[in-house]
Design a protein around this ligand. Structure first.
Ligand code: TZP
Ligand code: MG
Length: 217
């Protein structure tokens, strides 16, 4: 099978929901099901932070969330953990700067899987593209309380810089994005937005996911 093309990738990035059990107010399965009903376009399983599951419980939750994504035809991406991604037959992996390079992940997973990389500046973005990333995550755009070791808040400056430099790789903004501040991220040149708390912590998860879709239609 072939590598995903950038037109399809951009569509998947429109409403990219990320979460793990520690981010959820309801159960992870209820949270993801509601978000899927609301029309999220891509999901990343990111089981991180204090109280994160490990071992058999991690695998079990991954299998449960993977099944929900399959039922809704939403691609299922695993954060960082290449072997977990293989065990779950995930559709792809998202790697940070401290994780394996995209090239190594590609060698293990094959051409047809989606590989995303977090980048914080032009040099990291160029390297990720050279390594064969399918998309980039750029942030934190706004202050976030969902990532303890987040880099400095950058606003939309890095997204604008990457686009000004002529990079046309599919990319999402991440970090503190809500329904009220998503539009500048898209206007800066992002193809979509990725969020944890704005959806996982929403009063009405389905409606909130749906509204993110409207913003990016
Ligand atoms: N990477 C940069 S910011 C962030 C990650 C994983 C957390 C985003 O979470 P939230 O709740 O949408 O700010
Ligand atoms: Mg990482």
């Amino acid at each position: 099978m072939k590598r995903i093309n950038s037109v399809d990738m951009r569509k998947l990035l429109k409403v990219y929901f990320i979460m793990g059990s520690v981010n959820c107010r309801l159960s992870p399965a209820e949270t993801l099901s509601a978000a899927a009903d609301g029309g999220i376009t891509l999901f990343q399983f990111r089981e991180k932070g204090p109280g994160a599951l490990t071992g058999a419980a991690l695998l079990e939750l991954g299998q449960q969330l993977r099944a929900i994504c399959r039922a809704h035809r939403i691609p299922f991406i695993v954060n960082d953990d290449l072997e977990l991604a293989v065990a779950l037959d995930a559709d792809g992996v998202h790697a940070g700067q401290d994780d394996l390079p995209a090239r190594t992940i590609r060698q293990r997973l094959g051409e047809h899987k989606i590989i995303g990389v977090s980048a914080h500046n032009l040099a990291e973005a160029q390297q990720a593209i050279a390594d064969g990333a399918d998309y980039l995550g750029i942030g934190p755009v706004y202050p976030t309380s969902s990532k303890d070791d987040a880099e400095a808040v950058q606003g939309t400056a890095v997204i604008e810089e990457l686009r000004r430099s002529g990079l046309n790789i599919p990319l999402v903004g991440i970090g503190g994005i809500t329904l009220d501040n998503a539009l500048p991220v898209l206007r800066a040149g992002a193809d979509g937005i990725s969020v944890i708390s704005a959806i996982a912590g929403a009063e009405d998860i389905r409606e909130t996911a749906r509204k993110f879709g409207w913003i990016n239609d």
